[in-house]
Design a protein around this ligand. Sequence first.
Ligand code: NAP
Length: 272
Amino acid sequence: MREEVAAQVAELGHVGLATVLVGDDPASHIYIDLKQKAAQAAGMDARDIKLPGDTSEEELLETIAELNADDSVDGLLVQLPLPGHIAENRAIEAIAPAKDIDGIHPFNAGCLYLGRPTLVPGTPLGVMRMLDEYEIPLQGARAVVVGRSAIVGKPMAHLLLQRHATVTICHSRTRDLQWHTLEADVLVAAVGRTHVITPDMVKEGATVIDVGMNRGEGRKVLGDVDPAAGERAAYITPVPGGVGPMTIAMVMQNTVTAARAHRVRGVAHAGN
Ligand code: NAP
């Protein structure tokens, strides 16, 4: 994926990404640094905007508006979570949908819901790419997504539905989770609880995607799925090293997709 993105950037000549981070949440700093490094490695023009934790909502909205209007910026990403005094929804809604490479603006979420081509969050997009790479059959397959967040679970379920899987979404109030997961040909765990999916919850021969990134002892990163489930599964993604790096690669791919669309809009405007 990294090579594919770099080749597309070289072909386009210029692809601009801007990341905005407010405050000093350590995990957010790590994520931003990873994205910045990936963008630079792909040959993008990467702008790294770091604002102090006491930045007001108005100041953040002004920064977003400037980046929306900046023609050299194709993709714009505001790292979540934002400090408590800033309304996250207002910040998300301020991002120009065409530059929303995290696919979190309600316009893009709505397009995904309607099954229209759009910018989709990197994590579920990366999962789909992995399923395709390994030619996992989806049409008519039973897919179970555990988790219903706006950034992972819901878009994941919609993408699987678009590919004609029969999709069940489970969450914290689901009764008898194991009954559902044992039905899954494709099981996606996006819960945020270490090893909540145990081997006896996995169907023999299933494809298991572990989105979870949980901090264990000694800051070790642990998934939502007990790795011993690999003995029952036909395929299982590792944690770390599976969905995480794919997510970053797909955000880069989204930036290239946004840049292509930006060119088309630019040409259309010039023609008017
Ligand atoms: P989130 O917003 O906290 O959502 C978690 C979901 O899991 C919720 O829908 C919740 O149900 C459900 N849940 C909680 N406990 C459950 C249980 N015991 N049984 C069944 N469902 C349960 O988390 P998120 O942002 O989707 O992230 C999920 C995990 O993926 C986290 O570990 C996160 O760090 C990781 N993640 C990784 C990447 C990556 O790049 N690898 C990207 C994003 C997230 P309710 O809705 O009922 O509360």
